[in-house]
Design a protein around this ligand. Structure first.
Ligand SMILES: *Cc1c(COP(=O)(O)O)cnc(C)c1O
Length: 226
């Protein structure tokens, strides 16, 4: 059981993040623009998620298919208009479950996955919006398409596979200035006519919003440490 004070903290954190988002948008002269806060609830159980739903928030991010399958059906029963984003790596053998569980796939990071998703969207009749993950820091251990291969990958996903590509997503290297990575992602999206940019987490969402983020993925600043 969560104590009620923890619930109050979470709801206050949510308000605080929204206020900081509005400040950053104003500073960037993007006041009035619609930006989506993806509340990242990975590793937090339903008792911590429920207060955020009760406060009216509906867009959440999870990074594991199985965890989402365990937590979200009950929450969805009570809050049917939830929008659940997959933000973590997806194995092709979990594509079917992922498409049934999520509403947006933000982590399309390789051709094999893009093809498997295209097949499942066709088979299930549930064609989800997707984001393509770009490895802006060219880190070998990190998922995502290299910046130099991004244009071809976008073209493949959009034109050849017919995916509903909404935009791009990145996770900058932990030790680098995130602004450089956000600017690079924005540039790649712009030259490909993509409108959405999923970038910015608890530590850098204000910077991301100043550089054009349309979606920020914030976990710790709302739910506390995992
Ligand atoms: C966990 C996670 C986040 C949220 O990170 P915080 O620093 O807790 O806000 C955002 N994006 C991805 C892809 C994640 O895995």
């Amino acid at each position: 059981m969560e104590t009620s004070s923890a619930k109050i903290d979470i709801v206050q954190n949510l308000k605080q993040v929204k206020t900081l988002m509005l400040d950053a948008l104003k500073k960037a002269e993007r006041g009035g623009q619609d930006v989506t806060l993806v509340a990242v609830s990975k590793f937090h159980d339903a008792s911590r998620i429920r207060p955020v739903l009760e406060a009216g928030h509906r867009t959440f991010g999870e990074n594991r298919v199985q965890e989402a399958q365990e937590k979200w059906p009950d929450l969805r029963a009570d809050f049917p208009d939830v929008q659940l984003h997959l933000i973590g790596p997806l194995q092709t053998n979990k594509v079917k479950q992922a498409v049934a569980t999520f509403d947006v796939i933000e982590s399309v990071d390789r051709e094999k996955l893009a093809r498997a998703l295209a097949r499942e969207f066709e088979a299930s009749g549930r064609a989800l919006p997707v984001f393509l993950q770009i490895n802006t820091g060219e880190e070998p251990q990190k998922a995502g398409v290299m910046p130099l291969e991004a244009d071809d990958f976008i073209q493949l996903c959009r034109n050849d596979l017919g995916l509903n590509v909404q935009g791009l997503m990145c996770i900058p290297p932990a030790a680098e200035e995130p602004a450089l990575h956000f600017a690079l992602l924005s540039k790649i999206a712009a030259r490909n006519g993509l409108k959405c940019l999923s970038m910015g987490m608890s530590g850098d969402f204000a910077t991301a919003l100043e550089l054009g983020a349309t979606h920020v993925r914030v976990g710790t600043a709302i739910f506390g440490q995992r």
